[in-house]
Write a protein that binds this ligand. Structure first.
Ligand code: ADP
Ligand code: MG
Length: 150
């Protein structure tokens, strides 16, 4: 487990970027945390680290957004509005989860039952005692805990 603290949006984006540069083909990354905590900011950094140049935002009307321009495909899921796990089956999630790109899933706790056996688990939390912009980022996933996040 690795814990990183940030005090502004840019720092969180940078952590995402460092992970995006290191992440390996086929990785599934789960990203949990309350609304407004910085999941999309982190995701934007990760996409940048993968070499995605177009802007990345939360997919509002689709469950998954695909970016092909980086060093490998990037599949950005936001399952916040998912009603039923069947919706994941309808979009053919297995092709993404078990494919050769990188999956990042915002609100992954809502689809626990279909997560692969192995994934990188990230959570972002606020602690208002440490200030409004403070965030605690926790990364669990052997391969990525030894990266130097600066
Ligand atoms: P989520 O996707 O988790 O709902 P967003 O990434 O869309 O959240 O928004 C995070 C908000 O929190 C942004 O408005 C951002 O400017 C703000 N913010 C303040 N401090 C931080 C920080 N340390 N890291 C990330 N975002 C921060
Ligand atoms: Mg979001």
């Amino acid at each position: 487990m690795k814990v990183i603290e940030t005090r502004n949006e840019e720092a969180t984006r940078e952590i995402g970027k460092i992970l995006g540069k290191a992440v390996k083909e086929g990785a599934v990354i789960t990203l949990n945390g309350d609304l407004g905590v910085g999941k999309t900011v982190f995701t934007q950094g990760l996409a940048q680290g993968l070499g995605v140049e177009e802007p990345v935002n939360s997919p509002t009307f689709t469950i998954v957004q695909v970016y092909e321009e980086g060093r490998m495909p990037f599949y950005h899921f936001d399952v916040y509005r998912i009603g039923d796990i069947e919706e994941m089956e309808e979009i053919g999630y297995e092709d993404y989860f078990y494919g050769n790109g990188v999956c990042l899933i915002e609100w992954a706790e809502l689809i626990k039952e279909i997560l692969p056996e192995k994934y990188v688990e990230i959570s972002i939390e606020k602690d208002l005692n440490c200030g409004f912009d403070y965030r605690k980022i926790t990364i669990k996933g052997e391969e990525y805990e030894n990266i130097s996040f600066g």
